[in-house]
Design a protein around this ligand. Structure first.
Ligand code: S3P
Length: 743
């Protein structure tokens, strides 16, 4: 809604917050005139001198009758007398809001004065401030990119609410809504408690050393921890008195936490200490990512576009891409369930694998790292998982959700699995249905979509199951559930799919019976910790294989790539198309075959992709479509309907992008025909494309930039972080002209 400039904005209380509201509103041209009331002569004078307000008075009676919007910026305990005083003076159309840090006390004050909250009084709280106070500290940018919480009541007038929203938006803030109780509980923990602790620590130290000598030796830690102890004592006295109950609850929780630490130190319980610190560190790292907006969850709100420029290539160098995603997930899962300590090297620090890692921390497992790809998992044994505090959020990661469903279906406690918008659309019936056959109790949302609500305490029994689709995730889910099931769980797949679960179970000393297309486990065994060296992910290497294969003059070596025969479809398909790929230094690392892959440019030709290669290259097709567009003749893909239920409908989204870039293609239900333009220097034109938050689509079109006549923009690429952090930098280092631009 477009804001209609109001006539007069009155700030009652010309301090830091009140003054900053007036300055920011004035900069945005929110009102025609700005008025201020304050009892203190110097605040009024300061406000006039700084141009915060046009007129100032000590008398509410003088200015309230003129005001269209009143911002009450007085201490929370002064709210009731102020409301009492303004009540007879208000214009009937006037809208009121406040900036108090506690909302129940303001609601109570308004109810006491007016009999109920007036419909045109919208309670609010800007989460901004500084240790300084007074109007001289006011800053026009104080609320920029800060949050303002409104706590509207059901019978608040919608127009009044809208006006208050517009005020804060005009000040540059992001406006959120929650109810009064939740606001006070949240703020007690995130703001009031830290202030109380900072005041307390400084006071405790100051009492011990009245000359304050100790502060001479205090370095950064003390400074960071206690900055807020320099805040206004009277204001904070009022806040603790006003939000007494919620603060006491938060303080009790905190005291329990301190007591736990004290006991751990007393009893020299090193494991408990590292467990508490690790959990805290991971929470703080997450918070840092939120603050710096580097995590995918915040990036969803932030736009990262990939922009390619023509003239990139040849692609040359020797690189190692990040660790295998599938193996990274499984290393955490099996490491957590094993007895003993599992040390992992080469772990993928992408958001999907980190979602699995965080989940196992939530399930009570102590996990150190990741630090430079190293993770140490203190396994809790097959019966050691603990009930998490709340729903387990798996972000964009289908592998986490499907494999965890198998593990959690067998636990004694209830769990709920949720995900982001893309994951929430993906089919989970494929795991829920066979798990139910095993005796699990699982509720899904409509159409078998997430969230999954899994009931604990169910006795599972082994089943014999023919997978209706070639899916390693479904196979793995059932084999993992089979660890707790009575008898044997036997799964037969219609075509070979990645077998990392089977290999890794064996690596952890758990027997897996394999016969042809069938894998089976017997329930009731144990896993023993082991060390895992994760190879580079062939799915991530694919973008660079294709880049070198389509860019004349290229010569690129990819080191230490996993070439498990259930994942090597991309090598076979590229070779069939005429690509020059050589494998060297082949060896086995921790039960997985690895090699260095050298790719030199050679002209490609279109092929009919053998259907038996489809499950072996299932994640590589978006990039292979780019290779097909650069090949001479038509490439035909069939039997690939699974591509339609990945992070996006990869057949349709790729076809849309190819067509926009001037490459002819025809979509069928289970595949696509792509008319290659191999003999043309510029295969692709210039366009702005959507990747539908699909990491692999984003990276594939980034590679297409090597053979494009103009610039290609791929919008909303933040999800690349789920599987390939650092992709754009690595791509640039080998010759791609690619920028990741945040918007
Ligand atoms: C995976 C299996 C595949 C793959 C996914 C990872 C795994 O999914 O596409 O990226 O780690 O088991 P499906 O099982 O759905 O084919």
């Amino acid at each position: 809604m477009v804001h209609n400039r109001i006539n007069k904005l009155l700030v009652v209380g010309l301090g830091l917050i009140g003054g900053s509201v007036a300055l920011a509103a004035r900069r945005a041209g929110f009102a025609a005139e700005y008025l201020g009331v304050d009892l203190a002569q110097d605040e009024r004078q300061g406000a006039l001198t700084l141009g915060v307000v046009d007129r100032a008075s000590e008398s509410l009676a003088e200015l309230v009758p003129e005001a269209d919007l009143l911002v009450l910026a007085v201490p929370v305990l002064a709210m009731q007398p102020v409301l009492q005083a303004i009540k007879p003076l208000l214009k009937p159309t006037a809208v009121i809001t406040d900036v108090g840090s506690c909302k129940a006390v303001v609601l109570d004050a308004a109810t006491a004065v007016f009999g109920q909250l007036p419909p045109r009084f919208v309670l609010g709280h800007p989460i901004a401030g500084a240790e300084k106070s007074g109007v001289l500290a006011a800053r026009v940018e104080l609320f920029e990119r800060r949050k303002v919480i409104l706590t509207p009541a059901p019978d608040n007038d919608p127009q009044a609410l809208e006006l208050v929203r517009q005020l804060w938006t005009a000040c540059g803030a992001e406006v959120l809504e929650m109810d009064v109780t939740q606001h006070d509980q949240v703020l007690a923990r995130t703001s009031h408690l830290p202030h109380l602790l900072a005041f307390s620590l400084v006071d405790t130290l100051a009492r011990r050393d009245e000359r304050l000598d100790i502060f001479r030796y205090a370095a950064g830690g003390f400074r960071d921890f206690t900055r807020v102890a320099a805040s206004d004592p009277v204001m904070w006295r009022d806040i603790f008195l006003a939000n007494r109950d919620a603060t006491l609850d938060a303080l009790d929780e905190f005291l329990n936490g301190v007591q736990r630490l004290k006991s751990a130190v007393e009893s020299r319980d090193a494991e408990a200490l590292v467990s508490i610190f690790t959990r805290a560190k991971s929470a703080r790292d997450y918070f840092t990512a939120l603050l710096n907006e580097t995590g995918y969850q915040t990036m969803q709100n932030k736009r990262i576009n990939f922009v390619t420029q023509p003239g990139g290539g040849p692609v040359a160098g020797q690189i190692r891409v990040p660790g295998d995603k599938s193996i990274s997930h499984r290393s955490i899962m099996l490491g957590a369930l094993a007895t003993g300590i599992t040390r992992v090297k080469g772990f993928l620090e992408g958001e999907d694998a980190l979602a699995t890692l965080q989940t196992f921390r939530d399930l009570g497992v102590l996990i150190e790292g990741p630090h430079n790809g190293e993770v140490t998992i203190h396994g809790v044994g097959i019966k050691g998982l603990k009930q998490p505090q709340g729903p387990l959020y798996l972000g964009n990661s289908g592998t986490s959700m499907r494999l965890l469903a198998g593990i959690l279906a067998a636990q004694s406690f209830d769990t709920e699995l949720t995900g982001d918008a893309s994951l929430s659309k993906r089919p989970m019936g494929r795991v829920a249905d066979p798990l139910r056959l095993m005796g699990a109790e699982i509720e899904t949302a409509e159409g078998g979509r997430p969230p999954l609500k899994i009931k604990g305490g169910q006795k599972l029994k082994g089943i014999t199951y023919d997978l209706p689709m070639a899916s390693a995730q479904v196979k793995s889910c059932l084999l993992l559930a089979g660890l707790w099931a009575e008898g044997e769980t036997r799964v037969t797949e219609p075509a070979p799919t990645r077998d990392h679960t089977e290999r890794m179970l064996q690596g952890f000393g758990y027997p897996v019976f394999k016969q042809g297309a069938t894998a089976a486990v017997q329930g009731g065994g144990e896993l023993t910790a082991c060390d895992i060296d994760i190879p580079a992910d062939i799915s991530s290497a694919t973008f660079f294989m294709v880049a070198a294969a389509i860019s004349p003059g290229s010569d690129l070596t990819l080191e230490h790539v996993g070439i498990n025969p259930t994942r090597d479809g991309v090598i076979n398909i590229l070779r069939l198309m005429g690509a020059d790929l050589t494998l060297s230094n082949q060896r086995e690392v921790g039960g997985e075959p690895v090699a260095d892959i050298r790719v030199r440019y050679a002209p490609l030709k279109g092929i009919d992709i053998p259907e038996d290669q489809v499950p072996l290259a299932i994640d590589e097709f978006p990039a292979l479509f780019i290779a097909a567009a650069c090949a001479e003749g038509t490439t035909r893909l069939r039997g690939a309907e699974e591509l339609r239920v990945k992070e996006s409908d990869r057949i349709q989204v790729m076809a849309d992008g190819l067509l926009a870039l001037g490459v002819d293609c025809t979509v069928v239900d289970d595949g696509i025909d792509i008319q290659g333009k191999g003999n043309e220097t510029n295969v692709f034109g210039s366009a702005s494309l959507q990747c539908h938050h699909d990491h692999r689509i984003a990276m594939s079109f980034a590679v297409a930039g090597l053979r494009a006549s103009g610039s290609i923009t791929i919008e909303d690429c933040a999800t690349v972080n789920t599987s390939f952090p650092g992709f754009a930098e690595l791509a640039r280092s080998v010759g791609l002209k690619l920028d990741a631009i945040s918007g």
